[in-house]
Design a protein around this ligand. Structure first.
Ligand SMILES: Nc1nc2c(c(=O)[nH]1)N[C@H]1C(S)=C(S)[C@@H](COP(=O)(O)OP(=O)(O)OC[C@H]3O[C@@H](n4cnc5c(=O)[nH]c(N)nc54)[C@H](O)[C@@H]3O)O[C@H]1N2
Ligand SMILES: Nc1nc2c(c(=O)[nH]1)N[C@H]1C(S)=C(S)[C@@H](COP(=O)(O)OP(=O)(O)OC[C@H]3O[C@@H](n4cnc5c(=O)[nH]c(N)nc54)[C@H](O)[C@@H]3O)O[C@H]1N2
Ligand code: SF4
Ligand SMILES: [Mo]
Length: 721
């Protein structure tokens, strides 16, 4: 029997594609984009187009297992010598003993109970992030379970917290220009936005705009594929975007090109901003950014006058020590030019603030904890290494990892591994694959993919909601996150009714939030219409089985900012309370060419791979074939001065770690900058990935990670045995 199921890609990606899965006799035989999805329009990125290889990979974890050998990959020393990665199947047969779900759940419950008795519930830490962004499997039954248990809370700040804090300090909410409107833009700035790699469904809209004469400008220290096709590529020194935005405002306000009417009606603190930007003339900012004063002036003038102009700001800017403030300064630009009024104007960093699902219904923060008389402590996921190695009172005694691969994605990898190796740490990992992290699991649980469970899907790059249906039965004995925490709750004797809620009841509860934009959007309707745009206008034209908006969404055309003042806050009391400049200011990153820390001369971009998704997909052979890994991209001048030639092995190091990569002199980066990409550590030489070099240092706002404020040195490895 053949059927076609509608699903939604739940990977951590702004696009949240509509997906059609063909199933024949219970087996998925084809995946394609849903042509009816108005934004993702029938195509998938290269990695998810190969998803059958992932779902039916021989390397899937299919059964619960108990570790029977010591934790961790045996690495005697991190050296330059070849150390072939163990094949996963070999590893699984040697390291693991298959057990039943009952045995696994009993063991976890018994260990958790003993830890709670001896050390208190805060000795247990959940660790999860973006494995799936499905509303249920991302954050629902798990939050109920750990909340009820009284475990330490995880501050999930590894990705976007600095940018969110910066953006919302101005706008009050995470809303932005809808992708469909980019066709109307005449000036498009892709600011730290690797559109071909990380947000590919925006590209057709930009292409259409360019066909009509729009200019695409890319601001990025790395020459991405998007930069290579732009009308104007502006390389910028890492971590200096805040200064650039302030200089642009210096020019715009200085030339009287701001929208005085919009500014007067809908912003707060313009006079303070006007004073502040006087400190940032293009000539001064040129020294930080590496962009000439002339180009800064040209960019500002074009941005303010070629209209509508739009900024696609992505998260690259905020993975830096001053990333929160930089995002804040950039977010001010459309507020002073008034471009929020225009179809095809404004800015998009995230659209996620529009969905307003009923989070409380999903996560149930009201559940009572027995035996804990204070709110549980919070542990920042960026600082996992520090937490595992130094936390006391109580120390961390158990770690439950799901939706994440911290042994690959966490900064300061060596410290993370030191912590994960602790013999007294009880680690459970719920996974689809034998990842870097499962090498440190005591108990391994098999997880479903989105083909194998049902979920509700929002997005952070458009405004459509979807129900993602289950296409096939779980492989082996895989269970979804929802079912694992439901079962564990039962084992722990948590008998609140919410642990018995069905998936459909949870979806209904999430949609029932009082958010007017969700009005009329029910599970039934989503199942019928597949993808439904948020109900911004209340007016709908129902065409070929799908709803089409009658009006573009202009969230801030008439103010409506969700800040305390209701205006775009160019001056923010909240920033002042945090001891920060209430307007905006640029502070050069300490760990950069401008900082005091000069022991290591090169700025490293520890970037994402275009064909992987963070560490996910880096183990799938057909996807690996698309992405050359373990490279260090560098400028010819930096290579030459170190006697390094293209293709040779180099040692890349700082005071946190060492990694051996293959030098690639390809013009992707400017002098003083090197770049490498994230992948699985155990697939690399020495079983180490680029995060051995990154730090646990937090950003100025949001306590976020600073993956792009890293200094290193590079040398030829020819002389190293
Ligand atoms: N193919 C693919 N898609 C992905 C991901 C992936 O790993 N692979 N990851 C997903 C995730 S988790 C996220 S959060 C999103 C994020 O996606 P993005 O926000 O796009 O995040 P990054 O790739 O970190 O950075 C974007 C660009 O910023 C540049 N950049 C770095 N430092 C600076 C700087 O100081 N200034 C400027 N102007 N640019 C800088 C980088 O070189 C990069 O090209 O993408 C998602 N989509
Ligand atoms: N050097 C460097 N490090 C980075 C970044 C960078 O740009 N550079 N980016 C950072 C960013 S932006 C982010 S968001 C983080 C991402 O960090 P993570 O969210 O940890 O991302 P992934 O590497 O994709 O790992 C997700 C894991 O979840 C598993 N998974 C998928 N679906 C499910 C499920 O339904 N249930 C369970 N139990 N597991 C599932 C996948 O198999 C995968 O191994 O990485 C950060 N780390
Ligand atoms: S990873 Fe992103 S682009 Fe690829 S299918 Fe999923 S949502 Fe679409
Ligand atoms: Mo992310």
């Amino acid at each position: 029997m053949k059927k076609v199921i509608h699903a939604a890609c739940p990977h951590d990606c702004p696009d949240a594609c509509g997906v059609l899965i063909t199933v024949e006799d219970g087996r998925a035989t084809k995946i394609q984009g849903d042509p009816q999805h108005p934004v993702t329009r029938g195509f998938l990125c290269a990695k998810v187009a190969k998803y059958l290889d992932r779902v039916y990979s021989p390397d899937r974890v299919l059964y619960p297992m108990r570790r029977i050998v010591p934790k961790g990959i045996a690495v005697s020393a991190v050296g330059a010598g070849e150390s072939p990665a163990p094949t996963q199947s070999a590893e699984s047969s040697q390291a693991w003993q298959r057990i039943t779900w009952d045995e696994a759940l009993d063991e976890i419950a018994a260990r958790f109970r003993a830890i709670v008795t001896e050390f208190g519930s805060e000795a247990i830490l959940p660790y999860s992030y973006g494995g799936t962004l499905g509303a249920l499997n991302g954050a629902s039954m798990d939050r109920r379970f750990f909340g009820r248990l009284g475990a330490s809370q995880l501050e999930r700040a590894i990705c976007s917290a600095a940018g969110e804090a910066g953006l919302t300090s101005v706008l009050g909410v995470k809303l932005g220009t809808e992708p469909e409107q980019f066709v109307h833009s005449r000036y498009i700035i892709a600011w730290a936005s690797n559109i071909h790699g990380n947000n590919v469904h925006l590209w057709p809209f930009i292409e259409e705009a360019r066909r009509k004469g729009a200019k695409l400008v890319v601001i990025d220290p790395y020459r991405t594929r998007t930069a290579a096709c732009a009308e104007w590529y502006i390389p910028i020194n890492p971590g200096t975007d805040g200064a650039l935005a302030l200089a642009m405002m210096h020019v715009i306000i200085g030339e009287g090109l701001h929208d005085a009417d919009y500014v007067a009606k809908y912003t707060l603190g313009f006079d303070a901003l006007r004073e502040k930007v006087k400190d940032y003339p293009p000539e001064r900012v040129a020294q930080w950014t590496g962009i000439s004063a002339e180009d800064i002036r040209k960019l500002a003038l074009e941005y303010a006058t070629v209209r509508p102009s739009v900024i696609r700001l992505n998260y690259g800017v905020q993975r830096s020590e001053g990333g929160g403030m930089a995002t804040r300064a950039i977010a001010m630009l459309p507020c002073i030019t008034g471009s929020w009024k225009e179809v095809g104007g404004g800015l998009q960093m995230s659209t996620s603030g529009a969905f307003g699902l009923n989070k409380d219904a999903l996560t149930r923060p009201d559940l009572q904890v027995e035996g804990l008389d204070h709110p549980p402590r919070s542990v920042n996921m960026v600082e996992l290494g520090k937490a595992l190695n130094t936390l006391n009172d109580p120390p961390l005694k158990a770690l439950f990892v799901y939706n994440s691969n911290p042994a690959a994605v966490c900064p300061n990898h060596n410290e993370v591994i030191r912590g994960l190796r602790r013999r007294d740490l009880f680690t459970v990992v719920h996974e689809q694959f034998f990842t870097d992290t499962t090498d440190y699991a005591d108990i391994l649980l098999p997880a479903t993919t989105f083909f194998e469970h049902k979920d509700l899907q929002t997005a952070y790059g458009h405004y459509f909601v979807q129900v993602s249906d289950q296409a096939i039965e779980p492989l082996g004995e895989c269970r979804s996150n929802v079912e694992v925490f439901r079962a564990l709750a039962a084992r722990m004797g948590f008998n609140e009714p919410c642990f018995g809620e069905s998936v459909d009841e949870m979806i209904d509860g999430a949609l029932d939030s009082g958010n007017p934009w969700l009005q009329g959007i029910s599970r039934d309707r989503l199942e019928r219409e597949r993808q439904v745009r948020l109900n911004f206008t209340g007016q709908w034209v129902v065409g070929s089985g799908q709803s089409e908006p009658t009006e573009p969404f202009l969230p801030f055309a008439q103010g409506n900012f969700r800040t305390p003042s209701g205006k775009a806050e160019l001056y923010s009391e909240a920033m002042k309370v945090q001891g920060l400049d209430p307007v905006a200011a640029f502070t050069a990153p300490q760990e950069s060419r401008h900082g005091a820390r000069s022991a290591f001369p090169l700025e490293l971009l520890a970037r994402k791979a275009d064909n992987f998704l963070n560490s996910s997909f880096s183990n799938v052979p057909s996807v690996q074939a698309m992405e050359e890994t373990n490279l260090l991209e560098m400028h010819s001048s930096d290579a030459r001065s170190r006697g390094i030639s293209d293709g040779e092995t180099v040692k890349v190091y700082n005071d946190r770690g060492v990694i051996f990569l293959k030098a690639r002199v390809d013009g992707a980066v400017q002098p003083g900058v090197v770049s490498a990409k994230l992948n699985w550590a155990k697939l690399a030489r020495g079983f180490r990935n680029i995060n051995v070099l990154t730090s646990e240092k937090l950003s100025d706002l949001g306590n976020s990670a600073t993956f792009y404020s890293v200094l290193v040195e590079v040398e030829s490895a020819r002389s190293i045995p």
